[in-house]
Design a protein around this ligand. Sequence first.
Ligand code: PLP
Length: 380
Amino acid sequence: MTGRVWPEVYKKLGIAPIINAQSWVTALGGSIMRPEVLRAMDEAASSFVDIKQLNYAAGEVVARSCGAEQGLVTAGCSAAQVLMVAACMTGQSEENVEQLPDTMGMKNEVILFKGQRNRYDKAFVTGGATLIEYGDVDSVTADDLDDAINDNTACVAYVVAPFMPQGIGLEETIRVAHERGVPVIVDAAAEVPPRANLSKFHNMGADMVAFSGGKGIGGPQSSGLLAGKADLMEAVVMNSLNLDSSVAGIGRPMKVSKENIVGLVTALQLFTDSDEGAEWDGWYSKAQYVAERLAGIDGVRVELEDDPAERQGPQPVLYFEDNYDGPSTADIKEQLEAGDPGIYVGGGGNRPEINIVMVNVQDGEEIVIADRLEEILRDR
Ligand SMILES: *Cc1c(COP(=O)(O)O)cnc(C)c1O
């Protein structure tokens, strides 16, 4: 076993903690915050503070980290998506901000490439906008985007995510949209690390870019960060807490606590200051350990894959050959999840593979994973 003590708080609720070998997925808890982040949140919790001042100060840290004009800590990337669209619709008009989600008299269409429709895109329309798709999943041109833009277009949305088709690409999307005077907003929730991505999409000219705080950055699971051009970001602020107005904005249900604001800022600074290579090497050695333990099982081919375009960090991937006669991938996953502790790995479903993502595997857990997989695959 790992020698780790499972938290009493979960035991009291009758919930068993699990091993997360599936990456920064929301359903398994996002990420684990470092002790420094927890200490900062603890400290923040002990004092009152002017929330508006705190939001602006934290926003400056976000902006600096992203190389953008202005930033804000949000309640997750999803909340940032709501606020980006709201800002594009209302601008800095107090009247418009109060009128949402009724968009009468405002530009209210969000344009998205059909191939980038995803389970999170509801957030683009939460504030009252309408989503307009353009292009076909496997054939799309700059003209398709240009044709979709009209007088009601509030913004063009773009999603960067693993396995997501890139359509005409972000650079071309920005070129076409800007030629028509329309802003481009980016959902890049799970695209850091690499750390360079914090500023990459801003440097390309995107107007606003949103990331999750509780995935690769290691902040509170319900935090996010949003940054972009100052005029739009000021409209974002008006639509978020709107502390100066008699009417709360569309973003009021997505407020961020002082503890989460401080937690995100602390996590972000630790993240940008820490060594990406060392982080990668840690994941790699865990992946290598499991790959070596699982070598030589009849019908199972183990590959250590680490192409950043394909995989979230180095990971052993199990492929099943024609002569394999063991349990199905679904069966393997079921057995792993039913164990004590439950182990959640990736793959199965559409992918006839098992992948073991190391980014959230805590020290020692790779041994438990290898033990269990050997039991299921070798010792049966
Ligand atoms: C995780 C994710 C989101 C939601 O992010 P939260 O920070 O959990 O709100 C949105 N879009 C994509 C592509 C994601 O992967």
